[in-house]
Ligand binder design. Structure first.
Ligand SMILES: [Zn+2]
Ligand SMILES: [Zn+2]
Length: 173
């Protein structure tokens, strides 16, 4: 079964089973949230990518106090990569969340083969580039960058990073 840490229709983090959509047989969807996908079908089949970007931007602006144009910019980066709109799952680094669009984005093992779970910034030559990094450390490290890039207060940026990394494998083990 395909699995994703974010909804592949709207981009919401799939941080628990209760937010996962449902299949026809009653099972949980691996890739869509409960708002987008129920009983094996999209809840709003005619939904467009532009609508998801617009709505996503509004939600980001509301939750994180982000200026609307920045929120739209962020949504426009994330939404088109999702399977419902791109036709494929672009894997996210399971440490930092960066989308890995090309093979060159993947981390590397000691023998030079690719590690498809982690990006090359986080994982290189068979090990994490920052092996001691904790979940809290990751939040401390990323929040100021997010705050700066998206013009949100640092407190909000911390919540944003926390939500963003909550579904990632490295921080759930
Ligand atoms: Zn969704
Ligand atoms: Zn990474």
């Amino acid at each position: 079964m395909e699995m994703s840490s974010v909804c592949q229709s709207c981009g919401m983090p799939l941080s628990g089973d209760e937010v996962r959509g449902t299949e026809k047989n009653g099972g949980k969807s691996g890739i869509y949230c409960i708002y987008c996908y129920m009983n094996g079908e999209f809840t709003v089949p005619e939904l467009t990518e532009a609508e998801v970007i617009g709505k996503g931007g509004q939600i980001l602006a509301e939750i994180y106090g982000m200026p609307p144009e920045k929120a739209k910019e962020l949504a426009s980066e994330q939404v088109p990569l999702l399977k419902r709109w791109s036709g494929r799952i672009v894997p996210s680094c399971q440490s930092c969340g960066m989308p890995m669009k090309d093979e060159s984005d993947f981390g590397t093992e000691e023998d030079g083969s690719l590690n498809r779970l982690y990006c090359h910034f986080c994982y290189s030559d068979g090990e994490f580039t920052e092996p001691g990094l904790t979940r809290e450390g990751m939040i401390q490290k990323c929040a100021p960058m997010m705050a700066d890039r998206f013009s949100v207060p640092e407190e909000k940026a911390k919540i944003m990073v926390e939500n963003f990394i909550s579904g990632l494998k490295r921080w759930n083990e």
